[in-house]
Design a protein around this ligand. Structure first.
Ligand code: GTP
Length: 266
C-alpha cells in the first residue's frame, strides 16, 4: 500500500509580519505614485481567481542609491534584520538582501541591492544597476547637499535601465536628528524634487524605525500591483493574438498583437 507523501515546499512560509492584505498609504499625497485607497480592482480579482501568472515566482530588483553615509545600509538593515548600527562602515561595491512577502495571498519577493555611495566604489556598484524595477534614491534630511545630488543619482541609475519601466522613490533618512522646523524646511525642497522626477516621497528614521516598515510595504505593494497589471495585459493581448491568428492572415493585425508590454521590465 503506498502512503501519500505531502507535497514538499522548497521555501519556508512567508513571515507573518510580511503579509500585506491592504494597500499601504503614501507618506505624502502630493508626491505619491498614486493616491488610491485600495489595490486596483483588476488586481484584487486576479489574485482571488489565482490569475496572476508568473508574478508569484517573480523577484523584483530594487536598487538603493545615494551619497555616502546617508544611511542606505541602515535603512535596509532596519527593515530586513530589525537592527541598527551607529558606527559607519562604508559599503564596498554592493550587497544584497532578499525579502519575501505575501501580497493579497500571492507570494512576491524583493531583492534589495545596497550600493556604495563613495566615489571610489561607485563604478563597481553601477554595474549592478541594470534590471531594476524600483530605484530608491536616498538623502539625509540634515544634509541639503545630499538632496541636491539625488538628480545625479537618478541619472546614473536610469542610464542602465528603461526609464519608463522604473518606479522611483525619494527617501529622506535620519529624521530623528532633525527638529520639526528644520525638517519641514527640507521637506518643501524634497517634495519639489520628488514631483519633478516623478518619485514617491518618504521620510524615515532607521534609528527609531519610524516609517521604515510602512515604506517597504508600500514599495512591495506598488511593485506587485504593477507586475500583476502587466501580466494581465500580457495575457489579454495573448488571447487577442490567438484570435487574430485563427481568423485572419492580415500582417498588421498580427503585429499589433505582439507589441511590447508596458511596465514589464525584467
Ligand atoms: N541618527 C541616525 N543615524 C543614522 C540613521 N541612518 C544611518 N545613520 C548613521 O549614518 C551613518 C551612515 O550610515 P550607512 O547606512 O552606513 O550609510 P550608507 O549610505 O550605506 O553609506 P555608504 O555605504 O558609504 O554609501 C552610520 O553611522 C549610521 O549609524 C538614522 O536614521 N538616524
Amino acid at each position: 500500500m503506498s502512503a501519500r507523501v505531502p507535497a514538499m515546499s522548497v521555501l519556508p512560509p512567508v513571515r507573518r509580519d510580511r503579509i500585506i492584505a491592504q494597500l499601504p498609504q503614501p507618506f505624502r499625497k502630493e508626491a505619491a505614485f498614486h493616491t488610491k485607497d485600495d489595490f486596483n480592482n483588476k488586481v484584487k480579482t486576479a489574485c482571488q481567481e489565482q490569475r496572476t501568472g508568473t508574478v508569484g515566482f517573480k523577484i523584483s530588483k530594487v536598487i538603493v542609491v545615494g551619497d555616502l553615509a546617508v544611511g542606505k545600509t541602515c535603512l535596509i538593515n532596519r527593515f530586513c534584520k530589525d537592527a541598527f548600527d551607529k558606527n559607519y562602515k562604508a559599503t564596498i561595491g554592493v550587497d544584497f538582501e532578499m525579502e519575501r512577502f505575501e501580497v493579497l495571498g500571492v507570494p512576491f519577493s524583493l531583492q534589495l541591492w545596497d550600493t556604495a555611495g563613495q566615489e571610489r566604489f561607485k563604478c563597481i556598484a553601477s554595474t549592478y544597476y541594470r534590471g531594476a524595477q524600483i530605484v530608491i534614491i536616498v538623502f539625509d534630511v540634515n544634509d541639503v547637499a545630499s538632496l541636491g545630488h539625488t538628480r545625479q543619482w537618478l541619472e546614473d541609475a536610469l542610464k542602465e535601465n528603461d526609464p519608463t519601466g522604473v518606479q522611483l522613490f525619494l527617501v529622506g533618512t535620519k529624521k530623528d536628528l532633525s527638529s520639526p522646523a528644520q525638517y519641514s524646511q527640507i521637506e518643501q525642497d524634497a517634495l519639489k524634487i520628488a514631483k519633478e522626477i516623478h518619485a514617491e516621497y518618504w521620510a524615515v528614521s532607521s534609528m527609531t524605525g519610524e516609517n521604515v516598515k510602512e515604506f517597504f510595504f508600500r514599495v512591495a505593494s506598488l511593485a506587485f500591483e504593477t507586475n500583476v497589471l502587466a501580466e494581465l495585459e500580457k495575457s489579454g493581448s495573448r488571447q487577442i493574438g490567438d484570435i487574430v491568428r485563427i481568423n485572419s492572415t492580415s500582417n498588421n493585425l498580427y503585429t499589433a498583437s505582439k507589441k511590447k508590454q508596458p511596465g514589464c521590465c525584467q
